[in-house]
Structure formats: C-alpha cells, structure tokens
Ligand binder design. Structure first.
Ligand code: F6P
Length: 320
C-alpha cells in the first residue's frame, strides 16, 4: 500500500489528535503517503483532502477536539454521496483508510470496505459503547472531567445541604455515568441499561440524611428514560430535600486528553497503519486488557456489549 487516508467521524473525543498524529507519523515512517481528510465522510465527499507531513501534526498531541474536524454525514448514507466518496478516494489514489470514530463510523467503514477500500477503525468516542474494545479513545478524559465537576458540585451541595442530579453523556451506554459515579462517590447511578427505581433513589437519600449526610450526588446518563428536571422534582417531592440539576453536556467532550487516552490513541493508530502496510483486510483495532487487538470489521460490528453489573453493586455498597 502506497497511499493511505485518515479521517475523524461522529462526535469528537479527546485523544483524536493523538491518533491522527500517530497515523501520519507511522505511515510516513513506513514509507507511505498519508492524506488527511477533513470533516469526516462529509469532507471525503467534497474532496477536502490534503497530504500531511511530519510537521503538520506537530503540537497537537495535547489538544482536545480534532484538527481534521468531524461531522455526522447524512449524505454519505445516500447512493450519490457514497459514490462521490468512492470517486474521491480513487482521485487521490487512497487505497486504505483509517477511520477514527464511533459505531456509525464503523458502519460507514464497512460500506467502504465492501466497495474495495481497506478500512481500519480506531475507536474514538467518549461513550465507550463499542463492544469489541474494552476502552475507546476519549472515554478516560471524559470520565476525569466529570469527576472533577462532581467534586466541585459536592462542595457546594454540602454547604447548602442539597442533592444534585448530574446528567452526563451516554444515550445507550452508561459507562461514563458508571465510572464517574463510582469514582466520585455517587449514592445513585442511573444508566440507560437499567430501569429507574424511584423508591430506591428516594430511600437512599433519606437513609443518607438520617445518618448525617449533607449532600447527595445522583449521576444520571442522558439516555435514561426519565428527564433530569422531572427526576429532581420527584426527589424533592418524595424526600423534601432541595434538589438541583447540572447538565454537563459538551463540557465533558473537550479538554486535553489524559495520558491513558493519548497512549490508547497512539497504540491503536500505530496498529491500524501497520495493518494497512501489511495489506491486511479491514479491521477494527482496540484494546483487550492491556493488549492491542484487531478484529475483522464486520465481526466487530456484530459484537454485543454486556453490562458489568459489579460496577453498580460496588457503587451501591460503597455509598451505604
Ligand atoms: O457519541 C458521543 C456523544 O457525545 C454522545 O454521548 C451524545 O449523546 C452525542 O454524542 C451528542 O451528539 P452531537 O454532537 O451530535 O450533539
């Protein structure tokens, strides 16, 4: 393989720049030309493609977001858009593509793969919702950002003896809520995978208050069936405790990536480019334990994720 491309797609995540840097430098080191494609599949359709050199990725390792920018492309899903994307890859003689992105990016990648382009997926999403990999790039940073907010909120909640519902991202996957909730000492963690038990939420708050607790932290993922405002009103009604809501939203998607995310990005992107160099078939690269792994792309898409219930039990026991 002589020429490869790299793009970022879907919601951005801290560490995507570290992955871009690793792709470009590894590709050049291995004797290939590396093209950066801007604005994900949207930029591919429009031919927003430029050759990258070693210095074009200088000074980006520590930066959140993605220097290639990203998009959620509806046009790529149309026949016309897809055809244009394929033509662009041909125009620039791009034989292999590294896609740094989420589940939607994997599906887009599979379509390209079926059309003859070799695709490597580097998992980039704060949600950590990809079944084939233990962790995705950006998740650790997002959890640490949420954790720091929980600590701040806890201070003021104690002063005012309030309870606070902290809404974090995750439409289908509760990992950000689980990890930040356990490490932030939340009494209750609500995730989309488990139905809400309002009695239990109220009971925990009352039990806490009875033993002298001054604050209550409820971490709730955005995909949970009940809206945060409604939940806060119900808590207030059931417990008499003043309850506020904080929606962390995009705050948790930005920021300088943690060492863990930079490392994961660098290792998975290196592997992706190495596989392209070896003329491998399309793969999804991830991490299992501390080992970098690569699965057939279609197999990776079909994998299902199991909720690790021990996290919820742990949060429950540690917050009695
Ligand atoms: O997939 C990452 C994510 O941040 C989700 O947690 C969130 O639900 C979604 O993206 C928000 O998407 P958008 O950037 O399109 O508003």
């Amino acid at each position: 393989m002589k020429t490869i491309g790299v793009l970022t797609s879907g919601g951005d995540s801290p560490g995507m720049n570290a992955a871009i840097r690793a792709c470009v430098r590894t590709g050049i080191y291995m004797g290939m030309k590396v093209h950066g494609i801007e604005r994900g599949f949207e930029g591919l359709i429009e031919g927003e493609i430029k050759e990258m050199d070693v210095s074009s990725v200088s000074d980006i390792l520590h930066r959140g977001g993605t220097v290639l920018r990203t998009a959620r492309s509806d046009r790529f899903l149309t026949e016309e858009g897809f055809k244009r994307a394929l033509n662009m890859l041909e125009n620039f003689a791009i034989e292999g593509l590294v896609i740094i992105g989420d589940d939607g990016s994997m599906i887009g990648g599979q379509r390209l793969s079926e059309a003859g382009i070799t695709v490597m997926i580097v998992p980039g999403t704060i949600d950590n919702d990809l079944a084939y990999t233990d962790f995705s790039v950006g998740f650790d940073t997002a959890v640490n950002t949420v954790l720091s907010s929980i600590s701040n909120i806890r201070d003021t909640s104690s002063s005012h003896e309030r309870s606070t519902v902290i809404e974090v991202m995750g439409r289908q996957c509760g990992d950000i809520a689980l990890y930040s909730g356990v490490t932030g000492g939340a009494e209750t963690i609500l995730i989309p995978e488990v139905p809400v038990d309002i009695n239990r939420v109220a009971r925990k708050i009352i039990q806490g208050r009875n033993r002298g607790k001054l604050h209550n932290i409820i971490v709730k993922a955005e995909g949970v069936e009940i809206r945060s405002q409604e939940l806060a009103e119900i808590i207030k009604e059931r417990t008499g405790v003043d309850t506020k809501i904080v929606v962390l939203s995009y705050v948790q998607r930005g920021g300088s990536p943690t060492a863990r995310d930079r490392l994961l990005a660098s290792r998975t992107a290196f592997k992706a480019v190495e596989l392209l160099k070896e003329d491998s078939t399309s793969k999804a690269v991830g991490i299992n334990g501390n080992e970098i792994v690569a699965y057939d792309l279609l197999d990776a898409i079909r994998m299902k994720r199991d909720l690790d219930k021990t996290f919820l039990e742990l949060a429950d026991i540690l917050s009695i």
